[in-house]
Design a protein around this ligand. Structure first.
Ligand SMILES: *Cc1c(COP(=O)(O)O)cnc(C)c1O
Length: 422
């Protein structure tokens, strides 16, 4: 991995050799006012639109126009079981069994639904542990769950923090927290890949640790799904949630994926919020029937889902299914390693990368601190045609996405950065 070279020739050579290079052409790449393609490194925030998405959505519009309500059964892809068409490829993508996954609602909603079932506090064991730099929505969600159950949202929240002067989290520190307070913690809820640092946690290690201390363990994989190999089933986690508009390219505000471990699939005693879509499919339309929950993750659905968004997810998943997450992560490691190599050429006194160096402890994102940078630097990058993402106080997040970013994108980005900092 370490025989990277500087120079545009090398980048072009890598693109020519890249077996996934043809996928770039399957996406709409945003352009500037002169019609030049932007260097889009923001797939961690909103993934680009596959050219096929329009056809998938048009199919549903057409069936709706021609069939009306009959489309539930008669559409080319009948709407009634539409979510089932997504289960196999979703399961493959996140390393789960089809019964363990479902596409429904939006991310924060699903996080709450999972906590209704897996955050069952008692007067002795009621605390929730999260990482100190958790995504704001996740923090607000767990705080509101604490309040909902009558607990203080400060006293009840335990933060896994980086050490003084560090950004990354250490497992020894998590072990220490659990040694000291494990029997007060009801739930551990961690971002599988931290949105800020890009640190990809060892989900299995955290789960085993949590379970050893009697805690439930869940992950928010918004920055993991479509980015890293998650192996959710093997991790043993009780639940996981993720959105599909970041690395999964399904469009702004699109639906969320949800994983519930097989060991909970047939537990009808679990507390949960329900609706007609969590009810037995055979008797759902008898209405008035006594509630009979579906087994597996499907049993957490509430409503009939928005088919137009589901169609966009299907377009994306069909592509992921074709490529496979193994090939994607293989390219991802090369591309991000190359990005890291080029950034390091700028000098360690100028650039600091806070994302882990070990390719197995990160996805494609690098979080970059530029010496004495402020938002003006990020604005200049944007003006130069690089779409990246700024996080206060001083971090630029860039994600070369293996499906549509090229080695040349990465090369050009670093050239622009070099011009700006000099
Ligand atoms: C993107 C993201 C969210 C956003 O939540 P929505 O409910 O989809 O608006 C929440 N949590 C994490 C960790 C995220 O990365």
């Amino acid at each position: 991995m370490s025989n990277y070279k500087t120079g545009l020739d090398y980048a072009k050579e890598q693109d020519e050799k890249d077996p996934l290079a043809l996928y770039r052409n399957k996406f709409h790449i945003p352009k500037d006012n002169n019609g030049n393609e932007l260097i889009y490194l923001c797939g961690n925030s909103l993934g680009l639109q596959p050219k096929s998405t329009k056809d998938y959505i048009n199919q549903e519009l057409l069936d709706w126009a021609n069939l009306g309500v009959e489309g539930h059964l008669e559409a080319k892809n009948p709407w009634l079981p539409y979510h089932e068409f997504l289960a196999k490829s979703t399961a493959k993508l996140v390393g789960a069994k089809p019964i363990e996954v479902v596409t429904m609602n939006t991310l924060t909603t699903n996080l709450h639904l999972m906590m209704v079932s897996f955050y069952q506090p008692t007067p002795e064991r009621y605390k929730i542990l999260i990482e100190s730099d958790a995504f704001p929505s996740d923090k607000y969600a767990v705080e509101s769950q604490l309040r909902h159950h009558g607990f203080d949202d400060k006293e009840g929240l335990i933060l896994w923090k980086p050490r003084q002067g560090e950004e990354l989290l250490r497992y020894e520190d998590l072990e220490q927290i659990l040694e000291n307070q494990g029997d007060e913690i009801a739930l551990i809820m961690i971002g599988g890949v931290n949105y800020y640092t890009g640190q990809y946690f060892d989900l299995k290690r955290i789960t085993q640790l949590g379970h050893k201390h009697g805690c439930m363990v869940g992950f928010d994989c918004a920055h993991g799904a479509g980015n890293v190999q998650l192996n959710l089933h093997d991790s043993g986690a009780d639940f996981a949630v993720w959105c599909t508009y970041k690395y999964l390219n399904s469009g702004p505000g699109s639906l969320s994926g949800c994983f519930v471990h097989e060991r909970h699939a047939h537990n009808k005693d679990l507390n949960r919020f329900t609706g007609w879509w969590s009810h037995n499919k055979q008797t759902r339309f008898n209405m008035r029937h006594e509630f009979d929950v579906l087994p597996g993750a499907e049993g957490w659905q509430l409503s009939n889902p928005p088919i137009l968004s589901m169609a966009a997810i299907k377009a994306s998943l069909d592509m992921f299914n074709e490529v496979g997450i193994e090939k994607l992560t293989e390219k991802s490691k090369k591309l991000t390693g190359y990005f890291e190599f080029l950034l390091k050429q700028l000098g360690e006194d100028m650039i600091r990368i806070i994302t882990p160096e070990n390719p197995n402890e990160r996805g494609c994102q690098l979080s970059i601190q530029v010496k004495s940078a402020n938002k003006a630097l990020h604005n200049k990058l944007t003006e130069a045609g690089v779409i990246s993402d700024w996080r206060e106080p001083d971090v630029i997040r860039c994600s070369p996405v293996p499906l549509y970013n090229s080695f040349e994108d990465v090369f050009r980005m670093v050239e622009k950065l070099k011009e700006i900092v000099n």
